[in-house]
Design a protein around this ligand. Structure first.
Ligand code: ADP
Ligand code: MG
Length: 244
């Protein structure tokens, strides 16, 4: 995993400014993850590539297995268009999948010029953290369990930011699926403090949503994978606010 302060860190202001300079209304996934890392969240170690030549020495710098994802402003939900492949064992596998993905996406008329190759997060419980800018109350934090809990059951909790530790704990307790956090259905229990910490980094006083309120219309960290060694944000989608 990547430390929160690696050499290619850019400040939040720089990240938003360069996205706006290219006319984008969103941050691409690498930029979104860089922003999360700047606030102390753990993201997978990764490399952005343009073609298979950029995969040189991949195995020496990133640990297999790998995930390959398309990075394109034409694609917001990557899995819907076959833009994510997990569990790749070596650089040759990544190269093969990259070429396949390139032709499949081009056949659908989708731009595909950059890819993100990243390490797989250790297995764990998929959690979702979201944020929106409420016209009346300002930044709002959302939390839920991943997969069907969010998508089908809409089992989520909301709070106005900034949240404190007690709010984070209450949000988790409110979830109908809360038992899963404590090891229901044969799963290992997760460390609730790890989730509380991530919620504070996003929705707390010095967190992403309060600090970047002028720029962020919406954020979706789906999923944050809660494993034995901590939480890893494996997807990040930021929609920018319109500038007045
Ligand atoms: P989408 O744009 O479709 O939401 P994601 O980046 O969320 O794409 O990837 C789809 C799924 O693949 C995730 O929900 C997660 O289960 C898995 N995944 C993605 N990246 C990783 C990773 N680095 N480690 C482990 N699993 C991952
Ligand atoms: Mg996702």
């Amino acid at each position: 995993m990547q430390s929160p302060h690696s050499v290619d860190d850019r400040s939040p202001q720089t990240i938003f400014a360069s996205a706006r300079a290219t006319g984008l209304r969103s941050l691409d996934e690498p930029a979104g993850k860089q922003l999360l890392a700047a606030f102390g969240l753990t993201i997978p170690a990764s490399r952005v590539v343009h073609d298979r030549r950029d995969l040189d020495r991949l195995e020496a710098t990133l640990r297999a297995p790998y995930v390959l994802k398309v990075v394109s402003s034409d694609v917001l939900h990557k899995s819907d268009v076959g833009g994510v492949v997990v569990g790749l064992q070596c650089a040759a596998d990544v190269a093969r999948e990259l070429e396949q993905m390139r032709s499949a996406l081009q056949a659908r008329g989708l731009r595909a010029e950059r890819w993100l190759v990243e390490e797989m997060a250790p297995p764990g419980l998929e959690f979702v953290i979201g944020g929106t800018a409420d016209p009346e109350f300002g930044p709002m934090l959302m939390a839920g369990l991943g997969g069907v809990f969010v998508e089908v059951l809409k089992d989520v909790a909301f709070r106005i930011c900034p949240i404190a530790r007690i709010d984070a704990l209450e949000m988790l307790a409110e979830l109908r699926g809360a038992a899963l956090l404590h090891g229901a259905r044969g799963r290992a229990a997760v460390d609730v403090e790890v989730i509380v910490d991530a919620l504070l980094k996003v929705g707390g006083a010095g967190g992403v949503l309060m600090t970047c309120a002028a720029d962020v219309a919406e954020v979706d960290i789906n999923p944050l994978i809660i494993g034995a060694a901590g939480a890893v944000a494996v997807d990040a989608r930021f929609i920018l606010r319109e500038r007045a």
